[in-house]
Design a protein around this ligand. Structure first.
Ligand code: NAP
Length: 295
């Protein structure tokens, strides 16, 4: 068996085309969705991610603005900016690019964002809503993108065995919860899991988000499994790879995502998706074009 490639780049492009149409329809009603990105310091990876977000906003017609602060900015100054943006009707979604310098408390900053504008889905309100399955929250973008890839590829989730490798707050845990709400049977593995392969071999859908290149090899994967590789790792030779031995596992899986070009393009796209959704909710314009992904 050679797996079908789930082309995240292509699917993300199609979602962006749909979003463009939604943004146009909103413009006709006098609304332009707006996203604010707060960046502290000069982290090169953050620069790349922030650039990708701005480009995606421009492509879809979403207003975006960047608020940059030096590494030694006080927490108070960042909180003041968040308060201003919370009150700004032109801004419907706001994110704080992580990581933050050590003297700034991440939890304090994230809790300062109005939950209605928290399009990264990191505020405790949105995290709690995800736990109870409230469909008014903003799901975090990476696992939301994975869910979308599965649904778009017509992969059944209900009743399936899902194994998530990685238990971070931004990927692994919310991923497990989202697929649990889709009525899968979910196991979440982490660094202390004994004999990882004993779990992964049972997966109908295997989502890997550990940040460890080569972690998943063919003998850990059930024949016909769907394998979603969230990992992004830069090898010493400069090559970008996921956590899965792509060439080996694709001979066994039914579907697989590549790295790059799998989950990555969906993450930014779902940020724009959440921002458009936030704009619709805040302006009461969401009734005529309900989100396609909810539920
Ligand atoms: P993270 O915060 O470092 O979490 C990694 C998780 O994997 C932790 O729960 C860790 O377990 C677990 N883990 C590490 N080594 C393991 C092993 N050998 N066996 C089993 N579990 C193991 O990372 P993250 O932010 O979730 O990101 C994970 C990966 O996804 C990274 O490569 C990151 O670059 C990538 N990523 C990609 C996107 C995208 O858009 N494609 C977005 C976000 C992240 P413990 O909790 O026990 O330490």
């Amino acid at each position: 068996m050679t797996a079908k490639i789930i082309d995240g780049k292509d699917i993300a492009q199609q979602v962006r085309e749909d979003l463009k149409k939604e943004v146009k329809a909103l413009a006709a009603r006098g609304v332009q969705p707006g996203l604010a990105v707060i960046v502290v310091g000069d982290n090169p990876a953050s620069k790349v991610y922030v650039g990708q977000k701005a480009k995606a906003c421009a492509e879809v017609g979403v207003h975006s603005e960047e608020h940059r602060f030096p590494e030694d900015v006080s927490e108070e100054t960042v909180l003041q900016k968040i308060a201003q943006l919370n009150a700004n009707p032109r801004i419907h979604g706001m994110i704080v690019q992580l990581p933050l310098p050590e003297h700034i408390r991440i939890a304090t900053v994230l809790e300062a964002i109005a939950p209605t504008k928290d399009v990264d889905g990191f505020h405790m309100y949105n995290v709690g809503g995800l736990v109870i399955g409230d469909n008014k929250i903003f799901p975090p973008c990476t696992p939301y993108g994975v869910q979308f890839l599965l649904e778009y590829s017509d992969i059944p989730i209900e009743g399936r065995n899902v194994v998530v490798v990685g238990a971070s707050n931004i990927v692994g845990k919310p991923m497990g919860l989202m697929l649990l709400h889709k009525e899968a049977t979910v196991s979440i593995c982490h660094v202390k899991t004994r004999d990882l392969g004993q779990f992964t071999i049972l997966a109908d859908i295997l989502v890997v988000a550990a940040g460890k290149p080569g972690l998943i090899v063919p003998q850990m994967v059930k024949t016909g499994a769907v394998v979603i590789d969230v990992g992004i790792n830069r090898l010493p030779n400069g090559k970008l790879v996921g956590d899965v031995d792509f060439e080996g596992v694709r001979q066994k899986a039914s579907h697989i995502t590549p790295v790059p070009g799998g989950v990555g393009p969906m993450t930014v796209t779902m940020l724009i998706y959440n921002t458009v959704e936030a704009a619709k909710r805040q302006t009461g314009t969401g009734d005529k074009s309900a989100p396609k992904l909810a539920g």
